[in-house]
Write a protein that binds this ligand. Structure first.
Ligand code: NAD
Length: 318
């Protein structure tokens, strides 16, 4: 049996997975081994009252970081102690029709992170662009020398019956929302595997496990994110990198507002179309999705992987 590294405050893979330690043990139980596991740090619940994990010394890369849920994630992760690489496309695209975030939005997130005494690295990149993503991740390595957390959050949406979707609409939604998650994860995995507690959290949707009319491309992409999450969880388990997905319901963000504007919907229409099937019918605040993210990043969730966590007002209960 490999010796335990009892000085370490991080989880020791050898100690934890050695078959000797579980099956063929003839000597008395080595309680130090369990201390090592139970007292692992760097992700513990630092402030149980607020449910904040201690991410001090860790580095997080968040895509779609400049506004909405991504902005909320960046600020909360900085509050929990992480340095932040904030990636966003920061320009409008042909698809979707609603405006995307701006460079000023990204700079504002950087200022919020720095106001919490954490380092922030703004990255203007398009998750559809392989070279751009590789260059952004290389920049993270140059700036911080490590990566512990990847939050794949960037996405776009349009709405129409599937037979009316254009090639550019299908392509933009699938390439951003699904391929962008794979592409960014592929680029980041080498660093995440070197982290003592690598974590990937993919933001899917309730549309990732059930269909919604007039969102066939979005539903297909978000189902893909759920499958990709599970496949990556299997492939990265040997490196103790967990991979999970969050499935938000209708979240109060520029995406929801932009889509409503594009379709000419009033707030009342939005409630009728997208909130009526939630058991708790209020629109969900970005911070509530962030709360689920923080839990997935905490030590309490270190054995949670390949999981989909819905923050959906109970919509999936129906
Ligand atoms: N808002 C909702 O109701 C809702 C519901 C379920 C799931 N979600 C998911 O939550 C996540 C966050 O969405 P949000 O509500 O904050 O939307 P949002 O539009 O406010 O934020 C998305 C961010 O991604 C960026 N982005 C878009 N395309 C990009 C690209 N190609 N490369 C890099 N960045 C790009 C945008 O500039 C924007 O800052 C998305 O994955 C979305 O699909 C949202």
């Amino acid at each position: 049996m490999e010796p335990c590294n009892n000085d370490s405050t991080t989880l020791s893979t050898e100690c934890y997975t050695s078959p000797d330690s579980v099956v063929n043990r003839t000597e008395p139980p080595d309680t130090r081994r369990f201390r090592t596991v139970l007292h692992s740090s760097g992700g513990g619940v630092a402030d149980p009252a607020r449910g904040l994990p201690d991410l001090t010394g860790q580095v997080a890369l968040v895509t779609g970081a400049a506004r909405g849920q991504g902005r909320s994630h960046c600020i909360a992760l900085a509050e929990a102690g992480a340095d932040i690489a904030a990636l966003d496309v920061c320009r409008d695209l042909d698809v979707p029709a609603y405006p995307l975030a701006t460079r000023a939005d990204l700079d504002d997130v950087v200022a919020e992170v720095e106001a919490r005494d954490r380092r922030a690295l703004p990255l203007v990149a398009d998750v559809r662009d392989p070279e751009g993503v590789e260059a952004a991740v290389a920049e993270v390595e140059r700036a911080f020398g490590r990566l512990d957390i990847l939050v794949n959050n960037a996405a776009v949406v349009t709405s129409a019956p599937f037979w009316e979707l254009t090639e550019p609409q299908w392509g933009a939604v699938v390439d951003t929302n699904l391929s962008g998650v794979w592409r960014t994860s592929r680029a980041a995995t080498a660093m995440l595997r070197r982290s003592p507690r690598g974590r990937i959290v993919n933001i899917s949707s309730t549309g990732g496990v059930r269909a919604v009319a007039e969102f066939a491309h979005y539903v297909a992409a978000k189902h893909g994110v759920v499958g990709l999450t599970k496949a990556m969880a299997i492939e990265l388990a040997g490196d103790r990198v967990t991979v999970n997905a969050i499935l938000p319901g209708a979240v109060d963000s520029p995406m929801l507002a932009g889509l409503a504007d594009e379709l000419g919907l009033t707030p009342d229409d939005v409630h009728k179309r997208w909130l009526h099937d939630q058991l708790l019918v209020e629109v969900i605040a970005p911070g509530e999705v962030t709360g689920a993210l923080l839990w997935l990043l905490s030590d309490a969730a270190r054995h949670v992987t390949g999981h989909c966590l819905a923050v959906d007002g109970g919509a999936l209960a129906r």
